[in-house]
Design a protein around this ligand. Structure first.
Ligand code: EPZ
Length: 439
């Protein structure tokens, strides 16, 4: 196991390339199951979760090749044959997004056997809405041995209303409805940009979809889909981009995130501007500069286009160093404040009151040994370590590898002092030892 060692207090400067979006790549990889044949995808991020998904598709019978033409972001998948309609427990427990195979397997094979994903660090995360939508399309499900066993003879279009705008739930239902007989309408659908990217990809394979990016998606089912005629390029990762912009704000630096889906980042850009940062947009580039003090800004997470829950932990870290009071309200997940306990170890002043973190910022953070608990909590601790006085070491950084491509390299290129070391490497954390005056 490795750890990260960060020497804080260095303003970040430079241009950071934004990778393909994890939460668009995962559903798009699975959507290739809907169209037998060879698919080519570009701007696929090199992440553990993407590797997990490719290995799951391999176990289903669809091999892939990563690094076409020497480009690590280019992937070819062959979905000509599906040998097994199963997502086994040992894969799903590592990556709950595996549940996205439900819709495509039912649409392609008429059956699916998917391990129940179980909870995760940030919440119970049920999939009742996924099943409700698929049942509306004619699927039936049985739960046995921790697996969901689904089957359907013919998917039939339906008009349905979700109880909650679930992102992967909307995606699962979309990927079944595109091959249903007749028209489907998904009301109270999630409107996240990654759903828009999935819809674009499905249309490139011949699907008939409209309304994606709003709360009502209409799909006119077709008898079959075929691989897109040209390679499909996945959208940039708005959460990765936002994380680097907040790191610039936290360190008093000047960073350009290049390749960002700027039009999808309004809530984060507005909040950053409210803190006093200068944020300029030019095409797919967002520049964030902070020269003065950070002003405290309260936020409340909401489904898109509101402030994204995947940026909440990072925002808490930023507010911990903004002099004054702010609050961060988490409305999407029931347990997404595990970064707070670790930030307290670095000297942050935060109180949790139900789903709200009350932050008294400005006291300055000091390096410490901290533990990553989930993907975005780890990003929060990186931001805190970059701005803290002295050295921070972060354990269990496998969480970071799931969602941030080449994090160390990208931060080093911006001037950070960050190293990935074996966990048992001795490191002195905290403020640099005061040099004793020469006698
Ligand atoms: C997606 O998760 C993202 N993951 C998450 O990103 C993101 O935080 C989340 O959407 C919200 O934006 C992927 O896209 C792979 P939800 P998802 O279904 O689809 C409840 C990251 O850090 N719910 O929109 O699982 C659920 O319990 C990850 O990149 C039901 O009650 O999120 C949660 O409280 C973390 N029943 C809320 O909805 C259901 O059937 C949001 O869940 C489904 C969800």
């Amino acid at each position: 196991m490795d750890k990260l060692v960060i020497d804080g207090g260095r303003p970040l400067h430079g241009v950071v390339p934004v990778s393909g979006a994890k939460n668009a790549a995962l559903p798009i990889l699975v959507a290739t199951l809907l169209a037998p044949g060879e698919h080519e995808l570009h701007n696929v991020p090199e992440l553990v979760d993407v590797s997990f998904m490719l290995s799951l598709l391999g176990r289903v019978g669809c091999p892939s090749l990563v690094g076409l033409g020497g480009s690590p972001d280019r992937v070819r998948l062959d979905t000509t044959r599906i040998a097994f309609c199963e997502a086994p427990y040992d894969v799903v427990r590592k990556m709950r997004a595996s549940v996205l195979v439900l819709g495509p397997l039912l649409a392609r094979c008429g059956q699916a056997h998917v391990s129940m994903p179980g909870g995760c660090a940030i919440g119970v995360r049920p999939i009742d809405q996924h099943l409700k939508g698929l049942e509306a399309l004619g699927c039936t499900f049985e739960l046995d041995g921790g697996y969901i066993h689904g089957k359907v003879d013919q998917l039939v279009g339906a008009d349905m209303t979700l109880d909650f705008p679930t992102v992967t739930g909307t995606e699962n239902i979309m990927m079944a409805a595109v091959l249903a007989e007749g028209v489907s309408v998904i009301r109270n659908a999630a409107a996240e940009p990654e759903i828009v990217d999935l819809a674009r990809f499905l249309r490139s394979m011949g699907a008939r979809i409209k309304g994606e990016g709003t709360d009502t998606i209409e799909i006119d089912g077709v008898p079959a889909l075929r691989p897109a005629r040209r390679p499909y390029s996945i959208m940039g990762d708005r959460i990765e981009a936002g994380t680097y912009l907040l790191a610039a704000a936290a360190t008093g630096g000047d960073v350009v995130a290049k390749g960002a889906p700027v039009e999808d980042m309004g809530a984060v850009i507005d909040a950053l501007r409210e803190t006093g940062c200068e944020v300029d947009v030019d095409g797919d580039q967002i520049r964030c500069r902070r020269s003065g003090d950070l002003k405290p800004v309260s936020i409340s997470t909401q489904p898109h286009p509101g402030f994204p829950t995947d940026m909440q932990a990072q925002w808490v870290a930023l507010m911990a160093i903004a002099a004054g009071e702010s609050s961060v309200q988490e409305n999407i997940f029931e347990n997404r404040f595990m970064h707070v306990a670790e930030l307290l170890r670095m000297g942050a002043n935060i109180q949790l009151n139900g789903n709200t973190a009350l932050i008294e910022g400005g006291g300055g953070l000091t390096g410490a040994t901290v533990m990553a608990t989930d993907l975005r909590a780890s990003a929060s601790l990186v931001i805190a370590g970059l701005s803290a006085e002295g050295t921070t070491e972060m354990l269990r950084i496998y969480h970071l590898d799931r969602g941030y491509e080449r994090l160390c390299g990208k931060l080093e290129s911006l001037g950070a002092s960050i190293r990935r070391l074996p966990e048992d490497t001795p490191v002195v954390v905290g403020r640099p030892a005061q040099t004793t005056a020469a006698v």
